[in-house]
Ligand binder design. Sequence first.
Ligand code: BMA
Length: 305
Amino acid sequence: MKNRVLKKYKNNPVMSPDRMPIEVLYTFNPGAIYHNGEYILMMDVTTLDDIHRLWIARSKDGYNFTADPEPVRMPAPDPFHPEMNTYDPRITKFGDEYIIIYASDLLQNEARLGMIKTKDFKSFERICTASELGNRNGALFPEKYKGLYFRLDRPFGNELEPCSMWMSFSPDLVYWGNSRPVMYKGKPFKDGFKMGAGAVPIKTDEGWLEIYHTVSTTCNGFIYRLKACLLDIDEPWNIIGYTDFLLWPEHDYEMRGRVANVVFTCNAIAEPDGSIKIYYGAADTNIGLAEGNINEIVKLCTEGK
Ligand code: BMA
């Protein structure tokens, strides 16, 4: 691996269906955070009934994970949105709580943003369903903007059509609005048919660092790859820098599975030594780990703008 900014862990994947306590179809796209001496992966796990469930795996060292015996016990459903599939969770530490925004489907592609919270990753409480139909890739910032919660999100109509990354604001996590586009095809890229938030943004001296996915079209289907951008601290809907591709599918575990040619992230863990860990979904089937250095990624963003 030449001089890559994000280096894939040599023993990838760190999680795959064969390491689960029961037979499952896929393990992918985890939210991830370090809590109480443990790396927590909140994974998408597809069970044999083809339902996507949130399921936690834990690790002391960040490399060797053990899945819980059972999926997350979700709090009682929203009576107006009795979700079936739950996937792509993004975990934000806010005070002494963790707020999780995830895709909540009645059926595939009837997606809304679900929102739950926990203090211990054992019991979970529902906050609300935080969007109308047709929204995914919600990532809550870990602090408020001028007194308001704010998040990246991704409204879409038909998921086969182009869609982009937006930002919305809320006084209370329940009512969201003042929405605006952050990034779309042409702003600033020529490529990227679709794009959406990946990780919960990380605050740096230069701006909010966001690792996100872009989807390119080929004559043989989509390719999902990761890039990074920097968002202005004072006007966070403004992109002030961005990189080329940082992570792409190239190995068997990233190119064969439920959906081929996909690397996708819902997390980036900033370590105290300035390094970063990204637990990424690979071909919607496995979970890989890529590591890098935050300053190097920020530098690439500012050089690339
Ligand atoms: C996106 C989401 C992700 C998935 C990706 C590739 O739209 O549904 O969960 O990893 O497609 O299939």
